[in-house]
Design a protein around this ligand. Sequence first.
Ligand SMILES: *Cc1c(COP(=O)(O)O)cnc(C)c1O
Length: 397
Amino acid sequence: MTNNSEWNQRGNRVLMNTYGRLPVTMVRGSGCVLHDAGGREYLDFVAGIAVCNLGHCHPAVSAAIQAQAEKLVHVSNLYHTTPQIELAEQLCANSFADRVFFCNSGAEANEAAIKLARKAGGEDKYEIISLAGSFHGRTLATVAATGQSKFHEGFEPMPAGFVHAPFGDLEGLERLVGPHTCAVLCEPLQGEGGVRPLAPEYLRGIRELCHRHGLLLIFDEVQVGMGRTGSLLAYEQLGVTPDIITLAKGLANGLPMGAMLAGEEVAAAFTPGSHASTFGGNPVAAAAALAVLDTLLAPDFLAEVRDKGAYLVAGLNELVQRYPDRLQEVRGMGLIQGLVLREEFRDQGPAVVQNLFERGLLLNFAGHTALRFIPPLVVSKTEIDRALEMVEEALLR
Ligand SMILES: *Cc1c(COP(=O)(O)O)cnc(C)c1O
């Protein structure tokens, strides 16, 4: 058997150098635990970046994948398939939406939302306002929508029709509304941008502004949807309903799947030929997502997510109290929490992540601001305790 470092070397030789990978090759996972090729164990508080919300190889999801793989793996969207229909029904029954378009990633879901907003807006309505600090994906249009210039650099010219409003500034946003504006796109909580929630009154202000100017409101819930915040979708807790919502990451617990949801009236702008995806709504991915929804919506599951989220927050707040010289605050919703480092300590963020990796805890550093805690939603309080201990040790080092 080849060991960890041999695999790392082989990977580094043939893969495009697009990721700052830690020196590890993962081979197996179960629940919140990952195993590398050298037999080492890690407590996983990254969960594929909020993807494996039910943990690695959740039995219900693996069984659904296996069963569907023996029935039908793919047909064109020229035909219906049963898992895709059932999944769309479930997503609509559990949200404001009436119709769903399926694709394969978060960026694709946002591309679909951008196209729908432009089509629904009508002639000359193409401009989308997004927020500073946002992250919407890596395709050219979603990079253009992303409000962080580091993602634009080297790829200019950016596709036209995207402007960025200053974060938290409703008047600044309103000043950007012009004759070509068709929508406002935002994450209810910025994940990549450093685990930064948008205040409910700010979101309500954005909603009201959209109504007033006839703009569509698009929520990018690619990271915070699918139970992460303690409700199936984050908007449910915020008293604000968008017109379009995008999902991906946790949707199929690790199989590539994205979705764009909208109400009947907005969705009507798409007609046959408007948009398409070869793999979108693939039966195996859809079967996995159905098992995910079934598990998330079982009685008490989401209440437990909220309970464990509160438990994690309490533990993190104790750390902030003990190390006020290094830690600034805790922010997030449910089981997406950021431990914000003090400005003068932020350069240490990557070293803390590296140190935690050596101790056997996987965490990442979001937006050069916050250690991001996004464990599988099935995490236990004992696992949360262990993670908090390791974080404290890494901070003390
Ligand atoms: C991860 C992410 C995306 C992009 O998703 P991909 O599947 O990587 O294309 C878009 N929006 C948000 C909020 C994300 O967190």
